[in-house]
Design a protein around this ligand. Structure first.
Ligand SMILES: *Cc1c(COP(=O)(O)O)cnc(C)c1O
Length: 399
């Protein structure tokens, strides 16, 4: 039996660690909302709050067509599968969604996971072993970092979007059986795109495979929303795409890998999060099929999210804010100082505008920012209100 003194010691130690997090400003308090997710939510105090920090790029989290598809599926296909896919957790809609995702992304096949975190957690270990090398951008998502750690391949890292370093790593790994370059399609703290054209050129030169995690792009980046490979005209060159259903594609949960037929087939045999974690719930699967249909038949939401981002960037620039350049709906508003960024975010919230400040260690020291994320569901009035609130909050925070 664990002794009382061990348990007391554990509690004291955890409390001390969390106190330290509060002191250094890295403790993350959690706000609760009293309504569904959307561009406007109700906060705990019952106030209307404008949301500028959801990954709800296409506004589909509360779209009536998506809700109707999920509700119909609840009746037709049930609530949950109570099984992993390979035992008794595969319905026809699961295969339909996989085929539709592959078609949408221009790959031969696709496989669903419980999340993109799981997809990235399973893909490397299943495909690669000690004869191989993974070359990863330093700012890749935590799930890629963890997934790479779980596999036995040699691990090499290059500074964010630094193509000279990438090439040096490719040369270092020249004796590996396979070299796999892996990158986020869009880096979420900056809204910067990965230079896929240059990455693929280096991959060609050094005979490497390319994997892109396009979680912050699929649905709205590229001429028809197929993501960063489409934007760069490289859909045929990228070997593996991972992504999430939890952002632009409806915002519920679920992830996928899209790739060549044999890659997908092997993942279904070997990827541990696929084999040992529950099947994606039927209402989410059916609603995701509807989401793809919406995106295939209309450019409307895509155009709206980009228009909202452009309007916000223009308004903030006129107001003298320092934005990171770009056109992605992730718009980092730079403050530099962590205390200032935090104070502005507080003042924004007091004015009914919800955006989050990020500081070290999430972003580099001295580059504290408020990250704004626009949505197709933001109206011009929402965007203008956001800009006005930033101007007021900046003034209030400096007094
Ligand atoms: C959000 C995100 C994930 C995780 O997706 P989930 O489906 O929520 O697990 C993975 N990779 C990137 C780049 C992301 O932005």
């Amino acid at each position: 039996m664990t002794t009382a003194s061990t348990l007391d010691g554990l509690r004291a130690e955890l409390t001390a660690r969390m106190d330290q997090m509060r002191e250094t400003g890295v403790y993350k308090p959690e706000r609760t909302m009293a309504s569904p997710q959307g561009t406007h939510v109700v906060d705990e105090a019952g106030r209307d709050v404008l949301v500028l920090c959801a990954n709800n790029y296409l506004g589909l989290a509360d779209d009536s067509r998506v809700l109707a598809a999920a509700q119909a599926a609840l009746t037709e296909w049930g609530y949950g599968m109570a099984s992993v896919r390979f035992i008794c957790g595969t319905q026809t809609i699961h295969r339909t969604l996989e085929h539709r995702l592959a078609e949408f992304l221009g790959t031969e096949d696709a496989v669903l996971f419980g999340s993109c975190f799981d997809a990235n957690g399973g893909v490397f270990e299943a495909l690669l072993d000690e004869r191989d090398a993974v070359i990863s951008d330093a700012l890749n998502h935590a799930s890629i970092i963890d997934g790479v750690r779980l596999c036995k391949a040699r691990r090499l890292r290059y500074a964010n979007r630094d193509m000279a370093e990438l090439e040096a790593r490719l040369v270092e790994a020249k004796d590996a059986r396979y070299r796999l370059i892996v990158t986020d399609g869009v880096f979420s703290m900056d809204g910067y795109l990965s230079p896929l054209d240059e990455i693929c050129a280096l991959a060609d030169k050094h005979d490497a495979l390319v994997m892109v995690d396009d979680s912050h792009a699929v649905g709205f980046v590229g001429p028809t929303g197929r993501g960063t490979p489409e934007l760069f005209g490289l859909s045929d060159r990228v070997d593996i795409v991972s992504g999430t259903l939890g952002k632009a594609l409806g915002g519920a949960s679920g992830g996928y890998i899209a790739a060549r037929r044999e890659v997908v087939e092997l993942l279904k045999q070997r990827a541990r999060p696929y084999l040992f974690s529950n099947s994606v719930a039927p209402p989410i699967v059916a609603a995701s099929i509807t989401v793809l249909e919406i995106l295939e038949t209309s450019a409307d939401l895509r155009e709206r999210v980009h228009a909202a981002a452009a309007r916000f960037r223009a308004g903030m620039t006129v107001a003298g804010f320092d934005l990171l350049p770009g056109s992605h709906p992730i718009v980092p508003v730079m403050f530099g100082d962590a205390i200032v960024a935090g104070r502005v975010a507080e003042e924004l919230f007091a004015r009914g505008v919800y955006a989050v400040a990020f500081s070290f260690p999430v972003v580099p020291q001295g580059q504290a920012r408020i990250r704004v994320q626009l949505s197709a569901a933001h109206t011009d009035e929402d965007v203008d209100r956001a800009v006005a609130a930033f101007i007021e909050a900046r003034a209030a925070a400096s007094t």
